[in-house]
Design a protein around this ligand. Structure first.
Ligand code: MLY
Length: 265
């Protein structure tokens, strides 16, 4: 049946639990999104983190903004939360005695930057200071536990937030595993990353949440019955998604071309 994804049912089916909200560097009450498409602001250049640039809001989803650096092209858009420390009101940079920089890959020659800056800001809609929310504090330590569930940004498709599982915890880092995607999108990040969210975040902020992928999961190879077991009090080991072994038929059947599947990333 074509019913939408439900965490309640999914957690029961997988007999798993959400990572506690206190583990995340996210507000307990998610911030409202008071930005509008077209508004301008200052943003740290993701490709050159020492420089502050002018950016335009290209889109909004939940508590996130799709941003484009003025003078850059449409292929380098990025997403930030409204309470990200990477964004600030126009004028903040100058107040600190810093200078606004052209983005990495500025499409004109550098000498035209001052005039470009004047023109891009002339008559522009400036995001009000009240739309920028204070970044939440980082939790004092990495309290994530393997096997617990969360919602995470797919870094290869950063407009997407997906159901995921903590695979490993090592020092200040966690391994984020995307449920049903055979490990292809998994990544390590810091425990205080702004790209990971407690279960329910998308629902409360009205951000879309992808359903899990359809790759089946199999338990990680563990100790064989012959080897003596020592861990009886340990938490349940995380389940790793693995490819199903298969043999290609010969000759290969000609599959119909499905629009929107081929070539999408
Ligand atoms: N381009 C891919 C998108 C895959 C997304 C995977 N995430 C949700 C973990 C596709 O079209 O299938």
């Amino acid at each position: 049946s074509l019913i939408s994804f439900s965490w309640d049912e999914y957690l029961k089916e997988s007999s798993s639990v959400p990572a506690p909200p206190s583990c995340f560097r996210q507000s307990r009450i998610p911030p409202s999104n008071d930005f509008k498409v077209g508004m301008k602001l200052e943003a740290r250049d993701p490709r050159n983190s020492t420089s502050t640039c002018i950016a335009t809001v290209m889109g909004l989803m939940g508590a996130r903004l799709r941003l484009r650096l003025d003078g850059s092209d449409s292929t380098n858009d990025f997403w930030r939360l409204v309470d990200s420390a990477d964004i600030q009101p126009i004028g903040t940079c100058e107040k600190k005695g810093d200078m606004l920089q052209p983005p990495l890959g500025f499409r004109m020659n550098a000498s035209s930057w001052p005039m470009f800056l004047l023109r891009t800001l002339n008559g522009a809609e400036i995001a009000p200071a009240t739309a920028f929310k204070k970044e939440p504090l980082r939790p004092p330590q990495n309290d994530f536990k393997p096997g617990t569930k969360l919602e995470a940004v797919d870094k290869k498709n950063p407009y997407l937030i997906c159901p995921a599982t903590i695979g490993e915890v090592k020092g200040e880092e966690v391994f984020v595993m995307f449920d049903g995607w055979r490990g292809a999108f998994d990544y390590w990040c810091r425990y205080d990353s702004r790209d990971i969210f407690p279960v329910g975040w998308c629902s409360v902020t009205k951000h879309s949440l992808q359903p899990p992928g359809n790759s089946i999961t199999v338990p990680k190879p563990g100790p064989t019955p012959s080897s003596s077991s020592s861990s009886s009090s340990n938490p349940k080991p995380p389940r790793r998604t693995m490819p199903i072994p298969y043999r290609l038929p010969t000759p290969l059947p000609q599959l119909p071309v499905r629009k929107g599947i081929r070539g999408r990333r």
